[in-house]
Design a protein around this ligand. Structure first.
Ligand code: LAG
Ligand code: CA
Length: 463
């Protein structure tokens, strides 16, 4: 990521799950740019299947029909306008690239751009010879077999023969078209299902530099490390562990959170508390918006802690895991996003990227830059505090009762805005402030199930 004027880094990406391009453009201008997000991750933009009988589920987007940018999220012109608007706002655009497979529609169908297709037949693009055909039903069955995982069908989705030169060229053609429109990078969907060498060959065909982060879930039988020569990897263990610790462990365990936990190298890891997939995981293991203050604690920790490049999920309320985005017309067309959803029931658009604490912590992270963690304190249980030396200080209290104490922040004296509750406008904090003394101490009370964070760019007065 690029260095900012102060030498700190911007490295938070907002994933605007299922947002139409015009709304992403507006969000780049109004929130993402001003808040200091580095990038936005958008929904797969290619033509996709249409499944009216299933109520136009969100996952239509993960079944490509062609590489035309003609989807329920918008057309090529709207996509290009979005990239331009985001760039003007200083926000990069990362595309979720579905290149392991095409559709899983055995009977074929008509795509969002009007293309008629069969499961192994995409006119003018792919025919049956461009796909893998495994024995039996063709699906992946043995999840301990690396060959099967990469050469058979994930969920019955027709699996592209990425070892073939013509298939590689068609995929690279799609990605190059996006790069020509100004796209800055790609989330490689289902990367684990594509041999790392095939991805390397596709990457070698790209005509402009592109940032890649590859979705390689787990480490067996296919190690994430195999993919590091191509770019970054999604470290899915991060969200699992942060969820486990916050839900049922102790925050005091987090003092070495990162590589010491067996995670990928910090500079190569993309991390999240939850993703569009894990927020739908029915086991209840994942911290999601449904967890309220516990989610907020995991989220604040994640943005304060210098491991990996965080992805902030912006999603919508749902009861059915298949439910498409809010307010869609019966034909699947999307209306523009209106924030302000509630966290129960279908609920509407949640717009988590606008939450005061999230915006505040994006600023905190940018301000902290590469400053190391220091001055770690814990109550040995579920309350912790730590500095990003000389740049910021954060307290997380997952106990049910308040913590009152004098924290050693090491920060310059002054009055600071608690960026988890307020924003600085002019020289005033819209939320509560706290005072750091000239010895760098802060005496305060942090209520149960809450957080406090201060940083040197949000100091509202000096002594
Ligand atoms: C991913 N990463 O590797 C995405 O993050 C994940 O959301 C995608 O699954 C998956 N890979 C394939 O790109 C999603 C849904 C699936 C859905 C799939 C294809 O989570 O539920 O499968 O997209 O649309 C659906 C049905 C399956 C069916 C399949 C094929 O749910 O029951 O077998 O379609 O017809
Ligand atoms: Ca494959």
């Amino acid at each position: 990521p690029p260095a900012t004027a102060s030498g700190s880094q911007k490295d938070v990406t907002a994933h605007l799950f299922q947002w139409p391009w015009r709304d992403v453009a507006q969000e780049c201008r109004s929130t993402l740019g001003p808040a200091g997000y580095a990038a936005v991750q958008v929904t797969p933009p290619q033509e996709h299947v249409e499944l009216p009988a299933q109520g136009h589920p969100w996952w239509q987007a993960y079944q490509p029909v062609s590489y035309q940018l003609d989807s329920r999220y918008g057309n090529t012109r709207e996509f290009a306008g979005m990239v331009e608007a985001c760039h003007r706002a200083g926000v990069k655009v990362y595309v979720d690239a579905v290149i392991n497979h095409m559709s899983g529609q055995v009977g074929g169908g008509t795509g969002s751009g009007g293309t008629r297709f069969g499961k192994y037949d995409y006119p003018g693009l792919y025919d049956s010879t461009d796909f893998h055909h495994c024995d039996g039903d063709g699906w992946i069955h043995d999840w301990n077999n690396a060959w099967e995982i990469q050469h058979c069908e994930l969920l019955g989705l027709s699996d592209l023969a990425t070892e073939q030169e013509d298939v590689r060229s068609d995929i690279a053609g799609y990605l190059n078209g996006l790069l020509r429109l100004g796209v800055d990078g790609f989330r490689i969907d289902a990367a684990k299902h594509i041999p790392a060498a095939d991805l390397a060959a596709i990457k070698a065909k790209l005509k402009r530099p592109a940032y890649l982060y590859q979705e390689v879930l787990g480490n067996t039988p296919i190690p994430k490390a195999d993919y590091l020569p191509n770019g970054d990897v999604i470290e899915d263990a991060y969200g699992q562990q942060i969820s486990r610790v916050v839900k049922s462990g102790k925050l005091s365990w987090l003092d070495q959170f990162g590589e010491a936990w067996g995670f990928s190298p910090t500079g190569s890891a993309v991390v999240y508390v939850d993703s569009h997939d894990t927020e739908r995981d029915q086991s209840g293991a994942t911290l999601t918006y449904k967890d309220g203050p516990l989610f907020a604690i995991g989220n604040v920790f994640s943005l304060a802690w210098p491991y990996g490049h965080p992805l902030v999920l912006s999603s919508y309320g749902f009861t059915s895991t298949d439910a498409g985005p809010p307010g869609a017309a019966p034909d699947g067309d999307l209306r523009s996003v209106r924030c302000g959803g509630v966290t129960s029931g279908p609920g509407g658009w949640l717009c988590q990227q606008q939450d005061t604490a999230t915006v505040g912590m994006v600023g905190f992270r940018n301000t902290a830059g590469t400053a190391p963690v220091s001055r770690w304190w814990s109550d040995g249980d579920n309350a912790i505090g730590f500095a990003r030396e000389g740049r910021g200080y954060v307290v997380l209290n997952r106990e049910s009762t308040a913590v009152t104490r004098t924290f050693d922040t090491g920060l310059p004296a002054g009055v600071y805005c608690d960026v988890t509750r307020g924003t600085v406008r002019g020289n005033r904090c819209t939320g509560p402030t706290v005072t750091v003394t000239k010895t760098g101490t802060l005496t305060t009370t942090v209520p149960g199930l809450s957080a406090l964070a201060i940083d040197v760019r949000h100091r509202v007065s000096r002594p």
